[in-house]
Design a protein around this ligand. Sequence first.
Ligand SMILES: [Zn+2]
Length: 231
Amino acid sequence: MNRKLIAICAFTLTLVFAVWQFAHFNTEAKSCFSFADNAETKVVYLTFDDGPTDRVTPKILDVLDEEDVKATFFIIGRNAERRKYLINREFRSGHTVAVHSYTHRYDEIYRDKQSLLKDIADCNAVIRSVTGKNSNIYRFPGGSFNATPELVDCVVQSGFRYVDWNAGLCDAEIPNATAEMLYRAAVATSEGINHVVMLAHDSTDKINTPAALKMVIKYFKDKGFAFDVFR
Ligand SMILES: [Zn+2]
């Protein structure tokens, strides 16, 4: 059963990566970040979506501190409004605090351009209240393939760089996953990739993600990867 779920997750990620590569290689203006210059360098970008939460985010931050690794947090503004101390901790620790959504409600966000830009602006208002400036780094809720090309264009034209992912802990896909299962998913989905954009979540039910993260970081350190953040 677990293997089946990881296989499904791996398949989904392969699909996601295909879309991401398409966006990267075929629409240069839309591409978020170029990795082409140093294709031989092994880099992993740890990214956390849907936080901050009181239950999981502090544990993620503790692991990152212990391992002296920086990450990118794509936050939900509505969660962050009542937990600015966590955004502050992310920022002060040298992590990137980036825009994910204010409401995370797909029906509202993806209704039209105005709704999408308002959602981004509302999220940025929370970020700005802590860091002193807007973020221009964005992750579409569900990934950019959830948005129409017009909406993707609109975000890019508004000065944002968006980033999808090409590997993941599958902590949203595998229910009640143990840390070991999440770790195995991260290893399986990043196999053979030199520039890994690793998706994980610090939402409140992802209780085993911090322990998995510890193993994932050790794995990439052992493989000689550098860690970087989107900036
Ligand atoms: Zn999300």
